[in-house]
Design a protein around this ligand. Structure first.
Ligand SMILES: C[S@@+](CC[C@H](N)C(=O)[O-])C[C@H]1O[C@@H](n2cnc3c(N)ncnc32)[C@H](O)[C@@H]1O
Length: 247
């Protein structure tokens, strides 16, 4: 029998260096400088040892250094994995709510040769109703330069831009089907219009993700009303998103 059993070693170690301090120590001394996790400093992605997560963390760190991304780490990871895991599902990818192209770039990091259709006014939120006023939202908030976003994504293949208020700009994709759709439009009216357009065009197994499900009442109401009576459950995720898999 060992005079220094493992269990006792860890007990002594734990009492000398409680795990909450150890986590901080690991973060600042090891993981943060070398592996770049916890980039947003909130919505921290844990269990980052796998090759897949390391690749994601590397891509996310680069994207955060290049543009402003309005997502927590875990939210960005949900988008990344949804795109990756729907490679086998027939259809294109779409995003409504592009802003400066950060979330689109995450999609590009993992979409392969799939087509990505990007919709935004690039002049900010089109219309804000009373239900959306919980946040300091206003018409024109999140305006971004269309040319800069096109420039930012110019080396990514099969990426198509549609400038203007969705769904007025949806004409060219009326006949398409979709394997993954990322919504980040902040308001009730825009979310409702997006669901009405995309739901029937989603392939079975396709994933519909939306930001701000738990943070903005308009987005939540649009989802809850739309999926009331439909078979798909609306899954509230970590972070503020919701996720639906089309049946
Ligand atoms: C919060 S920003 C998107 C952030 C971006 N996805 C990111 O992660 O960095 C919301 C965007 O939705 C766009 N938007 C909202 N409603 C829209 C609509 N009906 N048609 C087109 N764009 C819309 C706004 O112009 C704005 O750029």
């Amino acid at each position: 029998m060992s005079i220094f059993p493992k269990k006792n070693f860890f007990l002594v170690f734990d009492s000398l260096l409680p795990s909450k301090h150890l986590i901080k120590f690991r973060k600042f001394v090891f993981f943060e400088p070398f592996m770049g996790n916890d980039i947003a400093n909130r919505g921290r992605l844990s269990h980052y040892g796998s090759t897949e997560r390391k690749e994601f963390v590397k891509a996310l760190k680069k994207i955060r250094s290049e543009t402003e991304l309005l997502l927590e780490d875990v939210e960005a990871y949900h988008i990344y994995m949804a795109v990756k895991q729907t490679q086998k599902v027939p259809g294109d990818i779409a995003e409504v709510g592009v802003y400066k192209g950060g979330s689109a770039k995450i999609i590009c990091a993992v979409k392969g040769e799939k087509s990505l259709h990007l919709f935004d006014t690039f002049e900010g939120l089109p219309k804000v109703d009373d239900i959306d006023m919980v946040w300091p939202f206003y018409e024109g908030k999140f305006a971004a330069s269309f040319d800069s976003v096109k420039e930012y994504l110019k080396n990514d293949h099969n990426v198509f831009f549609y400038k203007g208020v969705f769904p007025d700009t949806s004409g060219p994709v009326q006949e398409k089907t979709f394997s993954m759709v990322n919504l980040d439009v902040d308001t009730y009216e825009s979310t409702k219009k997006c669901l009405e357009f995309f739901y029937n065009r989603m392939s079975a197994g396709g994933i519909l993700l939306s930001h701000d499900y738990i943070t903005t009442p308009g987005v939540k109401k649009a989802f809850d009303d739309f999926f009331d009576g439909k078979s798909e459950p609306v899954l509230e995720t970590a972070g503020s998103q919701c996720l639906v898999v089309k049946v």
